[in-house]
Design a protein around this ligand. Structure first.
Ligand code: SF4
Length: 316
């Protein structure tokens, strides 16, 4: 087991790294200082990853001038699910739900997104799974990174930062307006694109088929930068890495080694625990491709029950 220095672990931070520290310093230590690999993955996160992968493939196909049929989208999702699903590694905390419950939820997410946005020509895609890295200070001592699900130029000229969510609940607007992740991406993207115009933050809550938006003032972004640097300083000064138990321990991939929850035993289930974050971003993503006009498709649903012809699925 290696032990990384905290400066090394915070040389480039991400929103999820900061959230991990805020939720439980012990988990931060396990993951980022001791480099202990996660031995399990929650099924909610697993489902979210598959949905993200399919939406990435969908938009890449659209950029190539091909709008896949819904049945192709669902078929690709099922293929990716089967390819990656490992019953030994995937953990279902809510054991009353079978794996198919989550698989079908993912299909619902994709179906509602597809039907709402077909034929995917309502805005110009500037980037898909777009990776950004940017400083929060002139001395370059506080750097952030992230992967944006989709960068968009809306019809009214605004730049939009889109994020897909597969969690069951849609938060209230007051929570959306305080979201740190997309606001940090706005800081990075404005810098990268030298964007001076309006920027909208857009969340797609796929299970509820809801779209939430928020904007930030220059003053709010400046305050966010200041607060984020202060948080990074707190991590760099941390020495104790105390465990912080709570509902999320049930989903923690280190609970089997964490002394605060008795090692191999699980913590008691609270009545109504929050869901964990549902999808991790990939560590690398392609650079944004120039947007192309999507080609017209024959119909959103395709011929129901007709399998795609040879090569069609490859387009996804
Ligand atoms: S089980 Fe709970 S207290 Fe222990 S590391 Fe995970 S989140 Fe922290």
């Amino acid at each position: 087991m290696t032990k990384r220095g905290v400066m090394e672990a915070t040389a480039v931070c991400s929103h999820s790294r900061l959230s991990n520290f805020e939720n439980c310093p012990k988990k931060f230590e396990y993951r980022y200082l001791l480099d202990i690999p996660a031995e399990s993955e929650g099924i909610e996160g697993f489902m979210g990853k598959r949905v993200h992968e399919v939406l990435e493939r969908l938009y890449l196909a659209v950029e190539r001038g091909h709008v896949p049929r819904l049945e192709q989208v669902i078929r690709r999702y099922r293929l990716l699910w089967d390819e990656h699903y490992d019953a030994e590694r995937i953990r279902i905390v809510r054991s009353e739900n079978p794996p198919s419950f989550y698989r079908i939820n993912g299909e619902r997410c994709l179906t509602s997104y597809y039907r709402r946005h077909y034929p995917f020509d309502g805005s110009e895609t500037l980037g898909i799974e777009h990776r950004i890295e940017f400083p929060l200070d002139e001395a370059n001592e506080y750097r952030m990174q992230g992967v944006i699900d989709r960068v968009v130029r809306a019809r009214d000229g605004a730049l939009e930062i889109h994020d897909y969510k597969t969690s069951a609940r849609t938060p209230p607007q007051s929570v959306i307006d305080r979201d740190r992740q997309l606001a940090l991406y706005e800081i990075g993207l404005r810098r990268e694109l030298d964007e001076r115009g309006p920027v909208r933050l857009v969340w797609h809550y796929l299970q509820n088929d809801r779209i939430c938006t928020s904007t930030r003032s220059a003053e709010q972004l400046k305050r966010l930068g200041d607060e984020t640097r202060e948080l990074i300083d707190r991590i760099r000064e941390e020495r104790d890495w105390e465990p912080r138990t709570g509902p999320l321990c049930r989903w923690c991939e280190y609970s089997e080694r964490c002394p605060a929850v008795g090692g191999g035993s699980r913590v008691a289930a609270p009545n109504d625990p929050p869901e964990p974050a549902t999808a991790s971003k990939p560590t690398a993503a392609p650079e944004p491709a120039p947007a192309r006009k999507p080609a017209a498709a024959s119909g959103p649903e395709g011929a129901t029950g007709t399998p795609p012809g040879p090569g069609q699925l490859d387009l996804l």
